[in-house]
Design a binder for this molecule. Sequence first.
Ligand SMILES: [Zn+2]
Length: 173
Amino acid sequence: MTGGNQDDQGGAPGGDRDEAYMLLAIEQARLAAEEGEVPIGAVIVSDGRVIARGRNRRESRRDPTAHAEMEAIRQTIGQFASWRVERAALYVTLEPCPMCAGAIVQSRIDRVVYGCADPKAGAAATLYSLLSDPRLNHRCEVRAGVLEDQCRELLRSFFRARRASPSDGGRGE
Ligand SMILES: [Zn+2]
């Protein structure tokens, strides 16, 4: 992905490009599943370049904040002149939770694209709309439902397999 165009945070919807980046997020989610983690993946794109990748590592790190988006945002540290993640779009397979939506707003990411909605924790549209709340001092452009079926199926098959395996103590989501 070269070319350095500046359309990633706006302009034409560019559906194909969104799907291409979402596929990279799905790749991260698959890696998480292989590691026994709930399959959620994210990438951050700036100026047409993938600058960070993240996947859920809550179990392996024993860290409740080790969500895919947090890992990706942390990977941007040092890549910009300040703490702002400039001209960037974040792609994530599952709608961000309140913690991640908060971190996205704090990092001033311009645009968020997600796959499937999260009825239990979604903070981009489902339960809260933190990314576009006019009372906050930063708002993101949000696009939902990109490769939604693929993103949801990853989660479904992961939980289906986990329920089928009695060795795992059924640790909650
Ligand atoms: Zn989160």
